[in-house]
Write a protein that binds this ligand. Structure first.
Ligand SMILES: [Zn+2]
Length: 265
């Protein structure tokens, strides 16, 4: 047995608690002023404004926690923020929601980032004690004065970079960060194997239900061909694992998981 596995077993939850739980966090929302032009490079979506969610997820694996995506920055909290094509609001920060679960930021073992866009990395730096799991090119392309990954740039940073392959987050196959490039160079999705069934979190492989139905690609996208290939792989995995698919920005998918603070098990 590896030392890592021994550590996991030593911190295992009591027998009446499932090994893995998944909790949806609210990391803000945005109203897109022109949903079709913003999200469809073929202009196939409904016209007019539409509200999207910005969701983050807490995965408890025995005694360890993975925070999947970190939403908009906490500095945007409490007021509508007009950013041109969209208006962003955030009601509660991630640490505030963790506190309601009895957790501190330092309890987060791993911060996993689907991709480098600002609505997914906003609060990452609020968890400097965690290991950062992110796509290699996404990590390298975010260097700058407003670097969201600043705490992990040092020589001894706790950092795991994905490139070209999946990552078994806790070493037992229950939680897997999936290589799904295209939207950004090293974009990832997440597979969570719960006792009640498998769940796939899309990252931003899809931004809305229409994107999944139509295989729609947004104008802001690194590689259209890679995105379509990732969608093909994602749908095959969804079938193979008979997974519940949650599009992270889709308000219609909120009800697929229990309402916070309840967790899916
Ligand atoms: Zn996004």
């Amino acid at each position: 047995m590896t030392a890592f596995l021994a550590l996991l077993l030593a911190t295992a939850a009591p027998a009446n608690r499932p090994m893995v739980e998944l909790t949806r966090l609210d990391c803000g929302s945005a109203t897109i002023k022109d949903f079709n032009a913003f999200f469809s490079d073929t202009l196939e979506y409904p016209a007019g404004p539409r509200r999207i969610t910005d969701s983050c997820y807490l995965v408890r694996h025995m005694g360890h926690y993975l925070l999947w995506d970190t939403g908009f920055p906490a500095a945007l909290k409490g007021k509508p923020n007009d950013m041109g094509a969209l208006v962003v609001t955030i009601d509660k920060t991630i640490p505030e929601q963790l506190a309601l679960l009895g957790l501190k930021p330092s309890d987060i073992t791993v911060v996993g980032i689907s991709h480098m866009h600002g609505d997914h990395v906003g609060q990452a730096a609020d968890f400097p004690a965690a290991k950062l799991l992110v796509g290699k090119a996404d990590f390298e392309q975010t260097v700058g004065p407003k670097d969201p990954f600043g705490p992990w740039r040092g020589a001894n940073a706790k950092l795991q970079l994905e490139h070209g392959g999946d990552i078994d987050v806790f070493g037992d196959g229950k939680v897997i960060a999936l290589n799904m490039p295209g939207h950004t160079p090293d974009h990832m999705a997440l597979l969570v194997k719960l006792a009640s069934g498998n769940v796939l979190l899309t990252g931003d492989l899809y931004h809305a239900t229409e994107a999944r139905t139509l295989k729609g690609v947004p104008p802001f996208n690194t590689s259209r061909a890679d995105t379509l290939a990732s969608m093909d792989r994602f749908e095959r995995l969804a079938r193979h694992y008979n997974a519940k698919v949650i599009i992270q920005h889709e308000p219609r998918d909120i009800a697929k998981l229990p309402t916070f603070p309840a967790a899916a098990r």
